[in-house]
Design a protein around this ligand. Structure first.
Ligand SMILES: Nc1ncnc2c1ncn2[C@@H]1O[C@H](COP(=O)(O)OP(=O)(O)OP(=O)(O)O)[C@@H](O)[C@H]1O
Ligand code: SF4
Ligand SMILES: [Mg+2]
Length: 385
């Protein structure tokens, strides 16, 4: 039953010689992804690496949630968990480490065991209760992931046309070859791949980094997913190409009503697209809220520090009537994953830390509607710039 429905203006999409009329109806109150108390741990010789800890959030239909945090904070591990791939990858890492006994960490009865646990509910179904066949059907058909690291994502031995159509072969047996080619070309045109009609048969080495990224986006979209998870889709690309990729992601959200989880260590990239932002540190969400609030009035000391480290964000604030930009980095380094500090994991770097911060882990609490934070001192410091 729809409560609040946004009907977008009919859109004309010119694809080769076809003109297609799309009307996308999105129920903007529908929650398509609900994550509850998600934990994801790797096994390692020095003990468990707690890559994701007690993470909870929701994604609504048609919205873009940005996930922001420094390298190693757990963003990719979170993404892998959401599509049911974490256990496979973590087991593979443990199995290929040549360290006897590491795989036992997965079969332990304890809460503190390797692997992913918690609840990930996608359109009413629990991802962690699905078997591997159901997960394969889900990935690509309903949730698509654009993985981090371009170099390994495309297979060098197959043409880009064949690879882009691969999700269709798996998920839609009724699609015949000729229809598949037409559909692949439509999507390669959609992501503005120049001369796609003739380059369809070439292998990935003939394409630049920005083009390869757009091919991955076409692959992610072709089977009409509800949710696209883009893990660092613009890193290692120059600024002009970054802009093109962000424009393509923006376009697919607006034209098709696809929800996006956009993962980046760059607040400037997140600011371009996100409606809401989750800030991660040492495997935990430290703050999540509306993007405008997060960029202009962050509440958590880590979010405050992060925003002050990015010139683009400080310029954005100044243009919106804020003070002259004063760039300040966050002192210190992210924690060693084997030695996460006691209490609030951010305390060794936090200018506001007091005794309780060293001793007690702050609860994840809703401090205002749709604004969640993990900090003992939010109320005392929220107005500090
Ligand atoms: N296969 C693995 N085996 C063991 N530990 C891992 C593995 N992959 C990641 N880690 C560890 O898990 C933690 C989270 O890593 P993750 O890749 O999820 O972070 P990230 O936020 O995506 O970082 P980046 O911004 O560099 O991509 C890190 O401490 C990392 O070293
Ligand atoms: S809980 Fe304490 S140490 Fe952690 S962010 Fe808040 S003030 Fe800083
Ligand atoms: Mg990553």
């Amino acid at each position: 039953m729809y409560q609040r429905v946004r009907v977008r203006a009919p859109t004309l999409l010119i694809t080769g010689s076809y003109v297609v009329l799309y009307v996308v109806i999105v129920d903007t109150d529908e929650i398509i992804l609900k994550v509850e108390n998600l934990h994801a741990y790797y096994a390692s010789k020095k003990g468990l690496i707690k890559a994701v800890q007690d993470v909870s959030f929701e994604v609504k239909a048609g919205e873009c949630l940005g996930i922001l945090g420094e390298s190693g904070c757990g963003k990719s591990s979170l993404a892998l968990s959401l599509v049911g791939l974490f256990n496979r990858l973590a087991r593979f890492s443990a199995g290929s480490s040549n360290i006897p006994g590491l795989l036992k960490e997965f079969d332990s009865e304890s809460e503190e065991r390797a692997g992913a646990r918690g609840r990930v509910i996608f359109r009413g179904r629990d991802i962690f209760s699905m078997d591997s066949d159901e997960l394969v059907k889900l990935r690509g058909a309903e949730i698509s992931m654009i993985p981090q690291g371009l170099t390994h994502a495309l297979n060098p031995q197959y043409s880009v046309g064949m690879q882009t159509g691969e999700p269709l072969e798996i998920h839609d047996e009724s699609v015949r070859l000729i229809e598949m080619k037409k559909k692949v070309l439509d999507y390669l045109n959609l992501v503005r791949l120049a001369d796609s009609g003739t380059r369809y048969v070439l292998d990935p080495s003939s394409f630049s980094g920005g083009e390869a990224q757009r091919i991955l986006i076409a692959m992610a979209l072709i089977s009409g997913p509800y949710l696209v998870i883009a893990d660092e889709p613009t890193s290692a690309l120059d600024v002009t190409i970054q802009r093109q990729i962000l424009n393509v992601l923006q376009m697919i959200r607006e034209e098709f009503g696809v929800s996006i989880i956009l993962i980046s260590h760059d607040a400037g990239v997140i600011a371009e697209l996100a409606d809401r932002v989750a800030v991660m540190y040492a495997g935990k969400i430290m703050e999540i809220g509306d993007a405008v609030q997060m960029f202009h009035h962050p509440g958590h000391p880590y979010t405050k520090g992060l925003m002050q480290s990015f010139p683009t964000i400080m310029m954005m604030r100044m243009r919106a009537g804020g003070k002259r930009p004063m760039l300040r980095g966050i002192r210190g380094e992210p924690p060693d994953p084997h030695n996460i500090p006691s209490g609030c994991p951010f305390h060794p770097r936090c200018d506001y830390a007091i005794d309780i911060c060293l001793q007690e882990i702050p609860h994840y609490r809703e401090v205002e509607p749709d604004h969640w934070i993990r900090c003992h001192r939010f109320e005392d410091i929220k107005d500090d710039e």
